[in-house]
Design a protein around this ligand. Structure first.
Ligand SMILES: NC(=O)c1ccc[n+]([C@@H]2O[C@H](COP(=O)([O-])OP(=O)(O)OC[C@H]3O[C@@H](n4cnc5c(N)ncnc54)[C@H](OP(=O)(O)O)[C@@H]3O)[C@@H](O)[C@H]2O)c1
Length: 249
């Protein structure tokens, strides 16, 4: 596949812009391509935090929440072409609460999958019409196998991953790059307070570097850190009869 680097000017739309991974990735794009004049638009649900970020990045922002109607979501998009779109929306949720409260289970599903479809579809149509663009969406390795500790989140991420796979096939002939980003453990507030194995836990800055590199290479799927590709290949191979007894999972 041909390499894609931004030209003299490029637009970047960030959905879920208050995400620590998203902030690190915006900084990495700017640092990696200092000669590019970036036109950045941030979307998210925490208006105060967005206004602060927009001041830091000298860019525009708008309100976005996965509970908005499809019409409201479509209206969130900025005018003009979208060269790059990073979607970092995600909600791990308390698994134990979801097991007992259907409302919490629905919240996790909406935030990680169903609620994202209207805006992702709108971006996809815009890029398809323009004949170019990179749609970069953060899913998770959690979507590769249901685990007792986070299966509502994992199921929604699995659906997101399958959606992106199909979207990538559809948009390829139109010159649009769709990348599924599958982080393992990342040290952000999403997993704050959890004991994570240090050798396979990454800082958001590491994930950001991988995302920007893989975008230029037009990779379809990115595992980050890379070791997770092998960890998940092994995890997928474990027969269900054995997997269901493994307490670690
Ligand atoms: N951290 C990890 O270990 C890890 C591992 C694998 C995948 N991921 C994925 O990486 C992405 C970024 O996560 P992160 O680690 O950077 O965590 P984060 O800082 O908690 O970011 C999550 C983002 O999603 C937004 N969000 C949550 N629910 C939303 C909703 N209903 N509507 C709109 N926005 C919503 C949050 O907005 P607010 O700021 O308003 O809360 C925030 O911007 C997510 O997709 C996550 O699932 C993370």
């Amino acid at each position: 596949m041909r390499k894609q680097v931004p030209g003299a000017a490029a637009s970047l739309l960030v959905i879920g812009a208050t995400s620590e991974i998203a902030v690190a990735t915006v900084k990495e794009f700017i640092a990696r391509y200092p000669k590019t004049s970036w036109q950045i638009h941030l979307l998210g649900r925490n208006d105060a935090a967005l206004a602060q970020l927009a001041a830091d990045f000298h860019c525009s922002w708008g309100h976005y929440d996965t509970s908005m109607t499809p019409e409201e979501q479509q209206a969130c998009l900025p005018e003009g072409a979208i060269d790059y779109c990073l979607c970092a929306v995600g909600y791990l949720g308390p698994q134990f609460v979801a097991e007992h409260e259907p409302h919490e289970a629905a919240l996790i599903t909406t935030a990680n999958y169903t609620g994202l479809l209207p805006i992702l579809d709108a971006v996809a149509l815009r890029m398809e019409a323009a004949g170019h663009g990179s749609l970069l969406v953060i899913s998770s390795v959690a979507g590769e196998r249901g685990r007792r500790s986070n299966y509502y989140y994992g199921a929604a991420k699995a659906a997101l991953t399958a959606y992106l796979s199909g979207l990538r096939c559809r948009l390829l002939p139109h010159g649009v790059h769709v990348m599924t980003i599958k982080p393992g453990y990342v040290l952000t507030r999403m997993v704050a307070g959890r004991k994570l194995p240090p050798y396979i836990s990454a800082r958001p800055q590491t994930i950001a570097r991988d995302i920007v590199t893989a975008t230029a290479q037009r990779q379809p799927v990115l595992y980050t850190m890379w070791a997770w590709r092998f960890i998940m290949a092994f995890t997928r191979l474990i027969p269900e009869r054995i997997f269901m007894h493994l307490r670690k999972f």
